[in-house]
Design a protein around this ligand. Structure first.
Ligand code: PAF
Length: 286
């Protein structure tokens, strides 16, 4: 496994793989790698790709007072995880490499970022869209793999690649969960044992929504009110949002008549957790 820290060497390694007839599969990450990241690397490997992983804690997607400084960093552990997962190339740039002084260009994806996490994290999706554009320009992948857990991010990146004619296939991969349903996230490491058990309320609320929608409930307001009850009963928390939205546009839905994305963001202590589920009312449970 090759590790590069500058753009030129990264481009050279990728060009050599492409010249050897390989398709380039790319998994952008912020490190603190866990089983969900490994599932993205495995998806790229299953596709037969030359697998490139980037590890970069991107400062521009963190707002003031967010956890940029505290975000877990583990270079040795992350490189071992990549090696074990059969990754071919890890791009591990510094902030200076990614954002040389004087950089003033950003990418903004409108409308899709007006709901869910957008209003609660001003500037976050501009930071994501900008760094992903830069990473795509550096790695020039044929396909890039993202987790469905960050459903709004996935929708933003899909729209950005379409609108800006980026020749990259965006592959969405299923959310990986702990045995009790908690979606895997690098931020789960912040939770103390009580908060960790409280955190299962996100998945329980989503499962409740799925079951209610698939047994005929059509009112998004009824669903979100019931979900709020489940989350609030679990313990002290601050709910950023609980929403039912269109899975492509991220716009709120009032009457559920087709597939919807049910999504929530909840702060437990200082940890902000997000989760979501795509639910199709036509897939009725008995
Ligand atoms: O999902 C993440 O880990 C980040 O938002 C990403 C896509 C690597 C951009 O920094």
């Amino acid at each position: 496994m090759l590790v590069t820290r500058d753009i030129e060497r990264t481009r050279k390694a990728v060009a050599a793989a492409r010249a050897a007839g390989r398709r380039i599969g790319f998994v952008p990450t912020m490190g603190a790698l866990h089983a969900a990241h490994v599932s993205l690397m495995e998806a790229a490997r299953r596709a037969g790709d030359f697998v490139v992983v980037s590890i970069f804690v991107n400062p521009t997607q963190f707002g003031p007072g967010e956890d940029f400084d505290a975000y877990p960093r583990d270079e040795g552990g992350d490189l071992a995880t990549c090696e074990n997962a059969g990754v071919d190339l890890v791009f591990f740039p510094s902030v200076a490499v990614m954002y040389p002084p004087g950089a003033v260009t950003t990418v903004h994806v409108a409308r899709l970022t007006d709901t869910l996490c957008g209003p609660h994290r001003p500037g976050h999706f501009d930071g994501v869209a900008t760094v992903v554009t830069k990473l795509f320009n550096i790695v020039q992948p044929d396909a890039a793999y993202f987790g469905q857990k960050d459903a709004q991010q996935l929708a933003v990146i899909r729209r950005m690649t379409r609108d800006l004619d980026m020749p990259v296939e965006i592959v969405g991969c299923p959310t990986v969960r702990e045995p009790d349903g908690l979606a895997m996230s690098s931020r789960n490491a912040y939770l103390d044992p009580d908060q960790r058990s409280q955190a299962t309320c996100l998945y329980r609320a989503l499962e409740h929504a799925r079951s209610r929608i698939q047994t005929g409930e059509e009112s998004a307001e009824t669903i979100t009110t019931e979900m709020r009850g489940i989350v609030e009963n679990a313990g002290p928390c601050r709910i950023d949002y609980i929403s039912v939205v269109d899975p492509a546009s991220m716009e709120p839905v009032t009457r559920i008549a087709g597939p919807v994305l049910v999504a929530l963001a909840v702060r437990i202590g200082r940890t902000r957790l997000i989760d979501n589920m795509t639910v199709d009312p036509r897939e009725r449970t008995p």
